[in-house]
Ligand binder design. Structure first.
Ligand code: FE2
Length: 213
């Protein structure tokens, strides 16, 4: 019999991260509330079979510390239920080869998600250590919540900054942004609202050559 996964602990842990942020107002409240609703426990009242894995999933076995927080703990026990994906827009881009080799995302709720949703998308991005995600943009508004792994983040109009676990980053529609991981893999929860179908495209321009020290 194939493995079955209970995703309710993960959904609850994700809701807690989003609910905590609603109190600080770092991202639009309506966006976060839609994601919390999408993650309602009723949606996850069944078991899930194994999904599609990628090489980057190895960090759930040897990289992330399941005791770091509830989201990491729940995901370390259930990552195999997700369909881990890569952006097809990057497939034929030579400058994205390293990024593609050690990254992936999964959608818990959304048009590509385990739970279908056309109004909001919630999922995770994983990047291996020492990896650069060049400047890219998309029409969806995006909120990121760093769950594990301090990394350098950049968005148009701002300097590079290091965001530690517990940080929130908001990207408005079409705002260019980039990331560079340091010596730890990055696990970030994302929420998208607006155009959920159009995936990111890289701009072809370096975000900036100046990084944090
Ligand atoms: Fe983005």
């Amino acid at each position: 019999m194939s493995a079955q996964y209970d995703l309710r602990p993960l959904a609850r842990a994700m809701q807690e991260v989003l609910a905590k942020d609603m109190m600080t107002g770092a991202a639009p409240t309506s966006m976060l509330q839609a994601a919390i609703d999408a993650l309602s426990v009723q949606q996850f009242g069944r078991s899930f079979a194994s999904g599609h894995s990628l090489p980057v999933c190895r960090y759930f076995e040897d990289g992330f510390d399941a005791s770091e927080n509830d989201v990491v703990g729940a995901l370390c026990g259930s990552w195999a239920a997700m369909d881990w994906m890569q952006n097809p827009n990057y497939r034929d881009r030579p400058e994205m080869q390293d990024y593609r080799a050690d990254s992936g995302f999964c959608e818990i709720c959304g048009p590509r998600g385990l739970i279908g949703n056309s109004a909001t998308s919630v999922g995770f991005l994983v990047m291996g250590p020492g990896l650069f995600y060049p400047s890219h943009s998309h029409p969806a508004a995006e909120a990121y919540f760093v769950i594990s792994g301090a990394a350098q983040w950049w968005r148009a109009g701002h300097d590079w900054q290091i965001n530690e676990p517990g940080s929130r980053i908001y990207h408005s529609p079409h705002q260019e942004h980039a990331m560079r991981t340091l010596d730890a893999p990055l696990l970030a929860l994302y929420v998208w609202s607006g155009d959920l179908v159009t995936l990111p495209v890289v701009s072809g321009q370096p975000a900036t050559t100046t990084y944090c020290e």
